[in-house]
Write a protein that binds this ligand. Structure first.
Ligand SMILES: *[C@@H]1O[C@H](CO)[C@@H](O)[C@H](O)[C@H]1NC(C)=O
Ligand SMILES: [Ca+2]
Length: 225
């Protein structure tokens, strides 16, 4: 039974809108191919918030969220750079860096990133902690073009160019994206897993996605009561 369910997920590959509440993606294998591609019809953003929860024991570089446009593979990217131990939000052609974080392996981390073209400021929220609002050069204009959003791999081209040494291994859940900067209050509600306004670009409870390769949909692991 369990085997046939897994097999179905592996060979189905068909895109479908699913409610993933209570579920997570498990990326169990180091490859340069396994990934989840998430679709949105939106093609223009003057602001963005992306939130996700992830769990990994990787100590090397890895991508947590990769959104490419035809014009730029790193248009909106959350990347962990291991040599400097920084979470690095990339926006358009530049990035900001957040170091000194308690990004412990084998623990769940809630990460939210906001960016607004009106100011060119990016802000990271790490496990609910509000971090500095930082300027990223050349980001004071909207993003436009057909986005390709990928979990599990880092895009060096629009929908491809994956590097096995930047792949994500572990678990990922509650991925949401909004086309505005979420208020601190809404971010706190997301982090605390309270009722919050779901993403209007990507909504984990109605996610349009396609699995490629060995990525499993599993129940979130809860404590036994
Ligand atoms: C990935 O990293 C390993 C170990 O550091 C290295 O041997 C290999 O060449 C790298 N692969 C690519 C595609 O960069
Ligand atoms: Ca890369």
């Amino acid at each position: 039974m369990k085997f046939s369910v897994c097999l179905m997920i592996l060979i189905s590959n068909a895109a479908a809108i699913q409610d993933l509440s209570g579920k997570m993606f498990n990326f169990p294998e180091k490859t340069n191919s396994a990934h989840v591609r998430i679709s949105t019809s939106k093609q223009s953003f003057s602001a963005v918030t992306v939130c996700h929860r992830s769990f990994t024991d990787l100590k090397r570089d890895h991508a947590l969220f990769s959104m490419a446009l035809p014009s730029n593979a790193n248009e909106f990217l959350m990347f962990y750079k291991s040599d400097v131990r920084e979470l690095q939000p990339h926006v358009k052609t530049d990035k900001s860096v957040y170091g000194g974080l308690d990004y412990k392996p084998s623990q769940w981390h809630s990460i939210c990133t906001t960016w607004e073209s009106s100011t060119g400021l990016v802000q990271l929220w790490f496990n609910g902690q509000s971090l500095g609002r930082k300027y990223i050069a050349n980001t004071q204009s909207p993003m436009s073009g057909r986005p390709i959003i990928i979990l599990g791999q880092e895009q060096d081209s629009h929908g491809g160019g994956f590097d096995i040494n930047q792949s994500f291994l572990g678990m990922m859940t509650d991925v949401h994206m909004w086309d505005y900067a979420l208020s601190p209050c809404e971010i706190q509600k997301y982090v605390s897993e309270l009722s919050f306004t779901p993403g209007n670009v990507l909504n984990w409870a109605a996610l349009d996605f396609q699995i490629n390769g060995r990525v499993l949909i599993e129940n979130k692991q809860m404590y036994c009561q």
